[in-house]
Design a protein around this ligand. Sequence first.
Ligand SMILES: *Cc1c(COP(=O)(O)O)cnc(C)c1O
Length: 422
Amino acid sequence: MTLPLQHPALSATDPELAALIGAEEQLQADTLRLIPSENYVSRAVLEASGTVLQNKYSEGYAGRRYYEGQQNIDQVERLAIARAKALFGVEHANVQPYSGSPANLAVYLAFAEPGDTVMGMALPMGGHLTHGWGVSATGKWFRGVQYGVRQDTGLIDFDEVRELAIKERPKIIFCGGTALPRTIDFAAFAEIARESGAVLVADVAHIAGLIAGGAHPSPVPHADVISTTTHKTLRGPRGAMLMSREEHAKAIDKAVFPGLQGGPHNQTTAAIAVALHEASQPSFRTYAQSVVANAKALADELLARGFDLVSGGTDNHLILMDLTPKDVPGKVAAKALDRAGIVVNYNTVPYDPRKPFDPSGVRIGTPSLTSRGLGTEHMAAVADWIDRGVRAAGAGDEDALATIRAEVAALMAEYPAPGLTA
Ligand SMILES: *Cc1c(COP(=O)(O)O)cnc(C)c1O
């Protein structure tokens, strides 16, 4: 099976929508997708998420539902939970959160009261909105205190984090983020959480697949709670999981349901189970290692072309570029690269003098291109395209962007995307 994929019922019922989905399939096939929070799921994950499981209401948990007819659903959810526990080596897993943000909200509900102090990394430093940032419900309903990275190194300063935690005594400390190119020192955070009496939440949304594949250290011995999305490096459906030791199991389950959510999305639970099965295979370990090897190779190639990388490089799947020395704003670069068939997002860099909606940086990552089978031998070409694309952005050279787009599409055609092929 290759493009165009067939969606016969959809095409008959709603050709307008079918055409839009077809166009998106073509876009994902033809472009070099470098957004680090995105990926390509397998055909098996897509199939599981498009099933009659979505017809069911299943409020509650396996064996303790508020609805009858759960014979199969209970087994689906138990399977997902068992696979999550085995893959990450945790005592408890809740696979019902609708996505990463609701999963984090459930953590607040489980461990804090409105008005309590919570601590996380500041959004412009690479943290997530839900770690207590002001515009988020978590920053409005709780008192968020925020740490960052050092301006000179781009790294977390643990003395600063400790000082802040001991002064502010937060109920919860979040570690993890959305634009952190370096290994997270879970042990250091755990020590600070112990000293300050906080619950440590490792939000590994971005790196869960790397952890599962042994390409990033695991938070399991250190964090009280692990929050993760399932759709980033883990390469599953859009969803989330909360994992913990047994002692927190009840609090977490109660917070997710009935505290925050109604019926779980059973089709998503099934697709999570499939993704967890895939992530437990030896080939996924190879995948996770390749994601990191590709990111390191790409970082080296970009450095060689004069790019300024926050923290000087990467340990994981993600690279944050400060385009100030290139004299091209992040948004201008991102939009030009998009016209060149290279999909990235503009992003603030730490201590960014520009505004969040027009920042200095661009964030890129290697999970998607690695899923297509690109290797370190391709990273010079990728860096070259980015370099030429950013220069074309500065010069307003649309012809150069069109040339890159054709070159990108030619390479992509040689590496068909999972989910878009049989
Ligand atoms: C992506 C992400 C989330 C939120 O996930 P959504 O599914 O978009 O709500 C939370 N925390 C971190 C660190 C993330 O990267």
